[in-house]
Design a protein around this ligand. Structure first.
Ligand code: MN3
Length: 225
């Protein structure tokens, strides 16, 4: 029996098509891990359908444009002005969602250390930062993202982008390295919160994975030195 299974495994491996350049990263937590703040069904559709669609369309662009071959997602978004609108939207969609999944996690993360000190120094307090970030997310018209970034001078900044743009892109005004991201497209919250984007934003704070945000902050600061 073992031998048969092994043969089937090898046959499947040999028959599988060449690995696509981009794939949807698996979540590091179950789909229901963010409940009750972000519901399982939203996560399922968002990760397995929406994100997968960006990746599929991006891979199609890779097939059509040799310049994209073997480029990392960071390389593509950083020089996104070289490419068409479909690359901008779908490479952005892939980068943004990949980051978004990692900066969330089950409840219970707290923020401390140098990032907290920097937030206090830059925004006055952690609560003032949360208010400023939430206000930006609420007032982002239509679909888009809210970001906490480290800019080229090493300073923390809150910014927003429309559609699937992000602060790494050479086409946006406020540039920097993203350390925290919030998706404010309706598909991110409509099932549970309908038109109440502010309630979704309030709930988001419960599921921020501050360890990951802290890690991204440290890496971004190191790059500036
Ligand atoms: Mn989304």
């Amino acid at each position: 029996m073992k031998k048969i299974l092994l043969s089937i495994g090898i046959a499947a491996l040999l028959a599988s098509p060449i690995q696509a350049q981009f794939t949807v990263p698996a979540l590091s937590y179950p789909l229901d891990a963010l409940e009750p703040h972000i519901d399982k069904q939203t996560m399922e559709i968002h990760h397995d359908k929406h994100h997968a669609a960006y990746v599929e369309k991006l891979n199609k662009e890779v097939t059509a444009n040799a310049l994209l071959k073997d480029k990392s997602i960071e390389e593509i978004v950083t020089h996104v002005s070289k490419y068409n609108k479909a690359v901008r939207d779908n490479a952005g969609g892939h980068y943004n969602h990949s980051l978004f999944w990692t900066v969330m996690g089950p409840e219970g993360h707290t923020l401390g250390g140098p990032l907290l000190e920097d937030i206090n120094a830059t925004f006055g307090s952690f609560d003032k930062f949360k208010t400023a970030f939430a206000d930006s997310a609420k007032t982002r018209f239509g679909s888009g993202w809210a970001w906490l970034i480290v800019d080229a001078t090493g300073k923390l900044k809150i910014t927003t982008t429309p559609n699937q743009d992000n602060p790494l892109m050479d086409v946006v005004k406020v540039k920097g390295t993203p350390v925290l991201a919030l998706d404010v497209w309706e598909h991110a919250y409509y099932l549970k919160y309908q038109n109440k984007r502010p309630d979704y934003i309030t709930a988001f704070w419960n599921v921020v994975n501050w360890d990951e945000v802290n890690k991204r902050y440290n890496e971004a600061k190191k790059k500036k030195k």
